[in-house]
Design a protein. Structure first.
Length: 340
């Protein structure tokens, strides 16, 4: 047995969220002794239930089978990207749009090698007193949102960007037609809606279930997962890593793809791994998160990132004005290891 170490970068005083639960878990190495494994570090922006395939690959020994000892570094505030640029981390988990921003002027760009979360894992819940029904109708959505206050998460974060993108797509101006509350602590959306400071919350599990249990809101009235294929969280490394360590990159991709395929057919395994990763989270909340993940096809089936899905992600950052320098699919994505 080997103990998986987690390291944390504290760039600012950030409150812990319901999903930022830290766990040290024992993982069984398969096929090789610890001393024979090559150690690599993967940076994640938050310890999230959505990143389950990464944890499955570790706990089930898939990385060890490929000769790898993976350590996870939780790096908040965008440090999951800068830690790769600096060389502190071998790779990162996050959105390809964040890599695109970091690649500007960078001679050794970050490229995404395997897809993990293939849906925009974001949901809108309304104060239960509003009685909103689930809809994708643009006119009804515009009516729902116009003049309301949305607890949208921190400015620059994926939840916030998707909220702004939706408003703009509906013809509403963020900050004018719709007021945005932008707490750094994602769990704060619960108290904002409960206290009446916001009408609508943008969130994900287990925050969704927490709000339902407290009758703060009902089921989400809008699911960004309905956007279809969307590389919300992918695993990426530097171009120099791809060129200098192709066998290591291939082994890492192999392990993730194996985890994705196991998750697709074995929800019981998913719950076992989650309970080890999030030991302080109630089992009912973990089950609710898994039920929603499977219902909404959260995880990629094969690790592939398509040009069409990347275009959706990049449209969000372009329309919101966060990144307007354009992009090239081949400069951001490298699917050679998936194809192998």
């Amino acid at each position: 047995m080997r103990k998986m170490k987690r390291y944390y970068l504290k760039l600012a005083a950030i409150s812990a969220t319901a999903l930022a639960l830290i766990a040290c878990s024992d993982a069984e190495g398969a096929g090789k002794d610890d001393k024979d494994l090559e150690k690599i570090v993967i940076a994640e922006p938050i310890h999230s239930i959505g990143y389950l395939p990464l944890y499955v690959a570790d706990q089930e020994g898939y990385f060890a089978e490929e000769g790898l000892d993976v350590e996870i570094l939780t790096a908040t505030g965008g440090a999951h990207v800068t830690s790769v640029v600096s060389g502190e981390a071998w790779g990162n988990m996050g959105g390809p749009e964040s890599n695109a921003m970091a690649n500007v002027g960078n001679s050794d760009p970050i490229k995404s090698i395997v897809n993990v979360v293939n849906r925009a894992n974001v949901y809108l819940m309304a104060d239960s007193k509003l009685g909103y029904e689930q809809t994708t109708d643009p006119e009804k959505l515009k009516e729902y949102l116009d003049g309301k206050t949305i607890a949208a998460g921190r400015f620059g974060g994926s939840l916030n960007l998707l909220t702004r993108w939706l408003l703009l797509d509906l013809g509403l101006e963020p900050g004018e037609d719709v007021k945005l509350e932008e707490p750094a602590d994602q769990s704060a959306v619960l108290s904002l809606v409960k206290s009446g400071a916001a009408d609508i919350a943008n969130g994900f599990e287990p925050i969704i279930k927490n709000g339902i249990d407290q009758n703060i809101w009902k089921e989400p009235f809008y699911k960004f997962t309905d956007l279809g294929d969307y590389p919300f969280s992918v695993l990426s490394v530097k171009e120099s890593t791809i060129e200098e360590e192709p066998e290591k990159v291939q082994g890492f991709v192999n392990a993730i793809v194996k985890a994705l395929k196991e998750l697709e057919k074995d929800s019981e395994l998913a719950l076992v791994v989650l309970k080890k990763e999030f030991p302080t989270t109630e089992e009912d909340s973990l089950k609710a998160a898994l039920d929603r993940a499977y219902e909404d096809d959260l995880w990629s089936k094969d690790g592939f990132i398509s040009e069409e899905s990347l275009a959706k992600t990049m449209d969000v950052v372009e329309k919101t004005g966060v990144f307007t320098k354009g992009y090239d699919y081949d400069e951001l994505i490298d699917m050679q290891f998936i194809k192998k």
